[in-house]
Design a protein around this ligand. Structure first.
Ligand SMILES: Nc1ncnc2c1ncn2[C@@H]1O[C@H](COP(=O)(O)OP(=O)(O)OP(=O)(O)O)[C@@H](O)[C@H]1O
Ligand SMILES: [Mg+2]
Length: 271
């Protein structure tokens, strides 16, 4: 016969995922069904700084067998230099797809995407990897630290690709480790660090080439709430210290509320 069905308990659990907001829960189900994306921008006015990321009618679809999934269905928005932006939306609403397109890891089917003044959908593969290494720092949910490299070497990796001089790189590694509170840990292996420390390390690594833009996909997804908040505070600090533009994909409404603006993906086009 299986478990008794405690519907109250199940509904309660379900609503908790959506911060006890039944409307959000229903909308999330709708957007999951339609598998499309809509962008909605929230209040706070844009700063006076130049636009650094601009999307105009960007579309991306995937074909699985006969089914066509519109991951992004005409998405347009602008992000100004130095903004801290949260990208939110239900699972499958296109958040990771959007981040990958902004970072040049994937190309749109249609539309224009300009990052730091360059139409990146037109760049050759060689140029795009150079663009990525110079302009973008990626932070992922799973930290992707090399398990067999000490922390200081892990932090240095993108700098080696950028052919930064050894002396400069050593200085940068030391400085960044200090700013994320890991200067005592530089000789450690990743497995000797906590989850929060690993994520801070991954952020320091993303900053090593002084990118103008940080793109982070669920950077707090694997952390408890205290560590998650510490990561957001770190992004705020990076933004104010270096003027870096920070775009964070998150499921967490509390984290999103710390951003200047929220871009919410759902159902197709811009409202
Ligand atoms: N490589 C792929 N091949 C086929 N379909 C894909 C591929 N990548 C993404 N999709 C589909 O595109 C849609 C958007 O996916 P995406 O990963 O961008 O969502 P997401 O908002 O990041 O979701 P989550 O919150 O679960 O990470 C989904 O329906 C997904 O199944
Ligand atoms: Mg995703």
């Amino acid at each position: 016969m299986g478990e008794p069905w405690d519907i109250d308990q199940e509904v309660k659990k379900f609503l908790e995922i959506f911060d006890n907001d039944p409307i959000e829960a229903v909308k999330a189900i709708e957007s999951f069904k339609s598998n499309q994306a809509t962008v909605q921008s929230r209040t706070k006015p844009a700063p006076d700084t130049p636009v650094i990321i601009s999307l105009d009618s960007v579309k991306k679809s995937y074909r699985i067998g006969r089914q066509r999934i519109n991951a992004l269905d005409g998405v347009s928005f602008e992000i100004h230099q130095g903004e801290l932006i949260a990208i939110t939306g239900a699972s499958g609403s296109g958040k990771s797809t959007l981040l990958q397109i902004i970072g040049g890891l994937d190309k749109p089917d249609a539309g224009i995407i300009e990052v730091d003044g360059v139409d990146i959908s037109k760049l050759s593969d060689g140029k795009i990897s150079k663009f990525r290494n110079q302009t973008i720092g990626f932070v992922f949910q799973f930290f992707y630290l090399q398990p067999f490299l000490r922390l200081k070497t892990n932090l240095a990796v993108p700098g080696m690709f950028a052919r930064t001089k050894r002396k400069q790189l050593k200085q940068d590694v030391a400085g960044l480790a200090k700013s994320v509170g890991l200067d005592e840990r530089l000789n450690h292996l990743p497995r000797e660090l906590s989850g929060g420390q690993m994520q801070r390390a991954a952020i320091a690594r993303a900053l090593i080439n002084r990118p103008k833009i940080i793109l982070a996909d669920e950077p707090t997804g694997n952390l408890d709430s205290a560590n998650g908040e510490a990561i957001i505070e770190l992004f705020e600090k990076i933004r104010s210290d270096y003027g870096t533009t920070v775009v964070i994909v998150t499921h967490d409404a509390k984290i999103a509320s710390k951003a200047d603006r929220e871009i919410h993906l759902r159902d197709g086009q811009i409202i």
